[in-house]
Design a protein around this ligand. Structure first.
Ligand code: 13P
Ligand code: 13P
Ligand code: MG
Ligand code: MG
Length: 366
């Protein structure tokens, strides 16, 4: 049997062009040069470098398994080198923003970059989809992943395909406690929803078919919990396998037709709609948003990434974009009021407490 393939998507915001708008072309170029060298050395099989907004995305395939120090070091060194040689000299905004650690310590988890990784046996034909969002947080995938893997009104295969019919196991991380729980669907669906309806705390990290086949992996880092202060919003990534005993590509894309409300947007402090966009619109503008997501489709062959197909580059998602714009108008008119602005718990790691601190002594008992 062939050795297993690992797909590693590792991302970081290491500075961007005009505030938090978009990655600079020279950052993309240099990241590609570095990964090309790693490919020529045989460390990775293939790679694809792209961006969503100000987040630089390194998609890599290899045979070294998940959490491999060499692969993580390659990603870390790539982010460091691009920061030193491009972001800093060009004085890009927030150069090195997500690189919280100083020296690499074997795994980029907990050091700032976001990681989604999946090791599996490549099937006879293996469509792999990757999603990257800007101006939101890992919990933004909860709604999407639930719809794909547990909602029969979204995924017809859950009902009519015997190979999906038994359902999926969801791994849910409590980002505050650092604890994970495995919940099976459909049988424990209400328990799952009771957790993941709180996306700021409970985050889906992995999904497996009931026979153990890896189906999805998502990033879970919360930078503010690592750093103890506001450092951007952990713009999330996720990998989903499709077809032949898994949801079809169209079933995976279907939940994105409804731009649900996520946390993030301006200063990581506001609720807004998640707008699906093609790569050419993967850059945030209005009120530093609205939050955006890109979806890229690949076919794997012996670890080679054939593609990408730019999955939201399609008029079928025009309506979702129009609704997202309407929702953006509606929410923006709330200005500094909740529920547009996030609630107090979520504001704890922003610059708001410093403002409230100033008023502390002016409160008189009544
Ligand atoms: P600064 O303008 O002080 O960086 O803060 C706003 C912001 O963009 C937060 O990341
Ligand atoms: P990023 O997390 O994408 O850097 O955005 C920060 C921000 O403050 C946007 O207004
Ligand atoms: Mg940024
Ligand atoms: Mg970002």
């Amino acid at each position: 049997m062939a050795e297993k393939i690992t797909v590693s998507l590792i991302k970081a915001d290491i500075g961007s062009l005009a505030g938090h708008h978009v990655v600079h072309p020279k950052q993309l170029e240099m990241a590609r040069e570095i990964l090309e060298k790693a490919k020529n050395k045989g460390l990775i099989i293939d790679y694809y470098v792209f961006n969503c907004g100000d987040d630089l995305q390194l998609l890599m395939t290899h045979r070294k398994g998940e959490s491999n120090p060499e692969i993580h070091e390659l990603a870390w060194n790539t982010f460091k080198e691009v920061t030193e040689k491009v972001s800093k000299p060009l004085k890009l905004y927030a150069a090195g923003q997500d690189l919280l650690g100083e020296a690499f310590s074997g795994n980029v988890r907990g050091m700032g970059p976001g990681v989604a990784e999946m090791e599996f046996e490549e099937r006879a034909s293996d469509p792999v989809l990757v999603f990257a969002a800007d101006k939101t947080e890992p919990g933004a995938w909860n709604y999407i992943l639930f719809k794909i893997f547990a909602d029969p009104f979204n995924t017809a295969g859950l009902v009519i395909d015997p190979s999906l019919h038994q359902g999926f196991d969801f791994h849910v991380l409590d980002v505050q406690e650092g604890k994970e729980v495995k919940i099976g669907c459909p049988e424990e669906m209400y328990d799952l929803l009771a957790l993941i309806g709180t996306p700021g705390r409970y985050v889906i990290s992995k999904i497996y078919r009931k026979d153990g086949l890896p189906a999805a992996a998502a990033s879970t880092s919360r930078l503010s919990l690592i750093a103890g202060r506001y450092v951007g919003k952990d713009d999330p990534i996720c990998i989903v396998r499709a077809q032949h005993g898994l949801p079809a590509v169209g079933e995976v894309l279907e939940p994105f037709a409804y731009p649900h409300i996520v946390a993030g947007w301006m200063r990581g402090s506001h609720h807004g709609p998640l707008m699906p966009v093609p790569l050419k619109y993967a850059k945030c503008t209005r009120f530093d948003g609205p939050p955006r997501v890109v979806g890229l489709g690949f076919q794997l062959h012996d670890g080679v990434l054939e593609g990408p197909a730019d999955l939201f580059d399609d008029p079928a998602f025009d309506k979702a974009r129009a609704i997202a714009n309407d929702l953006a108008d509606y929410l923006r008119r709330h200005g500094p009021f909740m529920p547009h602005r996030l609630g107090p718990d979520e504001m704890e790691y922003t610059t708001l407490p410093a403002v409230l601190e100033k008023l502390k002594d002016r409160f008189k008992h009544v």
